[in-house]
Design a protein around this ligand. Structure first.
Ligand code: SF4
Length: 210
């Protein structure tokens, strides 16, 4: 992949999808961090269904840190792995209160020390929450990056490196949102809808471009 070809691909996706926003609903860094933890192994829609009740009862890190685990489990049950997730979000809230004075930290290293936050989640919080360039790599992005020809690896760190080496830093957040949208719309896992795809002429999956 060259930076020029990547630029063309992203411009075509931008033209096709227009404005792209995260599907997770949140109104604050607190809500974003909790929603991101809840989004593991489930859809954003499931998370969006659970968070209004959760945030209604616990509107801040301070309230969630003091919550009873059983009460939180009931509120996040629909997102799956609810015992684990309840423990993580209460633990995250406690750590933000005790170690960061109630403010979500804004570096990747600090974020990755919080329960339930790995590199992908930290990158989502950095880019979407703090406006700091970061390219979060999830299963959609791994699949698309391999199909189009950005990467030849299923390892998220390697895919992130491949993408960030040809996409200028200021475009990382936008690229993340466009590729996710593409993965949910046309470049779907089971049978990609290549005949409708705006980047078909530039995609290795179809053209076997060297
Ligand atoms: S041409 Fe097909 S495989 Fe390539 S990006 Fe488009 S939908 Fe995905």
């Amino acid at each position: 992949m060259t930076p020029e070809r990547s630029k063309e691909i992203l411009a075509l996706l931008q033209k096709y999808y227009g404005d792209t926003r995260p599907d997770l609903r949140f109104m604050s860094l607190y809500e974003l961090a909790v929603a991101v933890v809840l989004s593991a192994q489930t859809t954003d829609r499931q998370v969006n269904g659970a968070t209004p009740g959760l945030f209604g009862k616990y509107p801040s890190f301070a309230e969630l840190a003091k919550a009873k685990k059983g009460d939180v489990e009931r509120l996040v049950k629909s997102t799956g792995f609810f015992r684990h997730k309840a423990r993580n979000i209460i633990g995250l809230a406690s750590m933000v209160m005790t170690e960061y004075g109630g403010n979500l930290p804004s570096t990747r290293d600090e974020l990755m020390k919080l329960p339930g936050i790995g590199r992908k989640s930290a990158n989502v919080i950095l880019s979407v929450g703090f406006g700091i360039p970061a390219l979060a790599v999830d299963t959609h992005i791994i699949r698309i990056a391999n199909r189009i020809g950005y990467a030849d690896s299923r390892n998220p760190d390697e895919v992130e490196k491949a993408l960030t080496s040809v996409i200028p830093e200021k475009g990382w957040t936008k690229a993340h949102l466009l590729l996710i949208r593409h993965g949910r719309t046309l470049c779907i896992a089971r049978k990609p809808r290549c005949s409708e795809c705006p980047v078909i002429a530039l995609c290795d999956f179809v053209n076997n471009i060297p």
